[in-house]
Design a protein around this ligand. Structure first.
Ligand code: SAJ
Length: 420
């Protein structure tokens, strides 16, 4: 008989971990969420959330009130551990697995025979085996699948999250899941776990394949966005409207060009390709070039804005949106933040020119934008009143709904093609 999963521990209560914990709890499982941030833990225990994601607040409130979800700064014993901690890269584009190593070290002491550990954090190929080695170093009394194979005491799997910020709760349940085991039994056990909550398919494979699949998905998107961004530069050179050109090309039954924008942000697509490039530099010229194309886009937007501001002798430049994409509050790796910082900090603007940032999802400017004398965070109304140059950086609903009459007589730089 398959042992049931009575208690699940979700380690890392961020954009992926918290929704995952809430979904498991809403299906009647006992869930303990673990996070190093005390404020996050306190908020969740009060039934509140620290991130903006549609319906997450309702789900968390309900799960906490029902006694199914609680948060803690300490890792406690559980039948399954889902690890969703950040895996950023270092300055030299090398994967930084320190959060994963810390999380592994914290859960090793409470592991028991029969437990399952699933890594959801995006990881370089080979990470699940590395996690097994870290666990084995701390627990000589247990066997792990990297060395004991199908007979291991503890099962270890990789099941990458694939949810799209803004649609997390929907996609968490309905997306198909790739579940890669360090052994076949690990994959099967992890598929049993996700089978409790998802309506999509569980596609089992090896841990290494699952690790690569996740990286490949995001690298694929990065390469395709790079194509759209490159096309936007070509169109500008020819004086052609890139949005019209793409819409027309996409009428072809086998062409589906993505959207150009101010650059690629977020913690995934701008990061994950590096996990492949770093491990196989000589095999990845295309991925590296795509990264360079997308990384150069914010600088090109800055140049356009500076030119427009000088031509208009603008007293104000309104930068609408700091988030990395529409209708979320996530500023990580956001090209909009980079653009605003460069405009407010760098050379090339008249002395009196002010940069007015608008971001309805935040109350204060992020650290990187604080104490820049030329920059202020203002309301949409104030920005539209005071600026002569309007730059759309994130196509939030509130911006798309702007009365177009308010853009009359302004120089508009619409990096998202939302006001066409
Ligand atoms: N972007 C464009 N043009 C487009 C599409 C996106 O410029 O046509 C930009 C966005 O504005 C944003 C960035 O790319 O700055 C990334 O946005 P996104 O919506 O493409 O993706 P993410 O980073 O929010 O989420 C991605 C998703 N991966 C794929 O679609 C392959 C999601 O499914 C993953 O779960 C997530 O990465 C992750 O966590 O890895």
């Amino acid at each position: 008989m398959k042992p049931p999963f009575r208690t699940i521990s979700v380690v890392g209560l961020g954009y992926v971990g918290l929704p995952t914990a809430a979904v498991f709890a809403s299906r009647g499982l006992n869930v303990v969420g673990v996070d190093v941030n005390e404020r996050t833990v306190d908020l969740i225990n009060q039934g509140k959330v620290h991130i903006v994601e549609p319906d997450l607040d309702i789900l968390v409130r309900g799960a906490v009130a029902a006694g199914r979800l609680r948060a803690s700064t300490r890792t406690v014993a559980a039948d399954a551990f889902i690890v969703a901690v950040p895996t950023p890269f270092t300055d030299g584009h090398k994967p930084d697995l320190s959060y994963l190593k810390d999380a592994t070290a914290a859960l090793a002491p409470v592991l028991k025979r029969g437990d399952l550990v699933v890594i959801e954090s995006t990881s370089p190929v080979g990470t699940s085996e590395q996690v097994c080695s870290w666990l084995a170093e701390q627990r000589h009394d247990l066997s792990f699948p990297h060395s004991a194979g199908e007979d291991a005491d503890v099962q270890v799997a990789h099941s990458p999250e694939r949810v799209l910020p803004g649609r997390v709760l929907l996609e968490l349940v309905s997306n198909d899941r790739v579940v890669g085991g360090v052994s076949r039994r690990c994959a099967e056990r992890a598929a049993e776990l996700y089978g409790l909550v998802i309506s999509g398919k569980c596609l089992t494979t090896t841990a290494r394949t699952a690790e690569l699949v996740k990286l490949a998905e995001n690298a694929f998107r990065d390469v395709n966005i790079a194509f759209a961004n490159e096309l936007s530069l070509v169109c500008e050179r020819f004086g052609i409207d890139v949005w019209e050109a793409i819409a027309l090309a996409n009428h072809h039954p086998r062409v589906d060009i993505l959207k150009p924008g101010p650059g690629v942000g977020g913690h995934c697509i701008a990061v994950d390709p590096w996990f492949i490039i770093d491990a196989a530099p000589d095999a990845t010229p295309l991925m590296r070039t795509a990264r360079a194309v997308n990384d150069s886009k914010p600088g090109q937007v800055v140049e356009l804005v500076r030119k427009a501001a000088l031509q208009r002798k603008a007293a104000g430049i309104a930068c609408l949106g700091l988030a990395y994409k529409a209708d979320i509050d996530d500023l990580r790796e956001s090209p909009a933040v980079e653009i605003v910082r460069e405009l407010a900090h760098g050379p090339g603007l008249g002395n009196g020119t002010r940069v007015l940032a608008v971001e309805p999802h935040i109350q204060t400017l992020p650290e990187t934008l604080r104490n820049l004398p030329r920059l202020r965070l203002v309301s949409l109304d104030e920005a539209l009143t005071q600026a002569q140059v309007i730059v759309l950086l994130a196509d939030h609903r509130a911006f798309k709904a702007i009365d177009r009459a308010r853009l009359k007589d302004k120089t508009v730089i619409d990096t998202r093609g939302a006001w066409r």
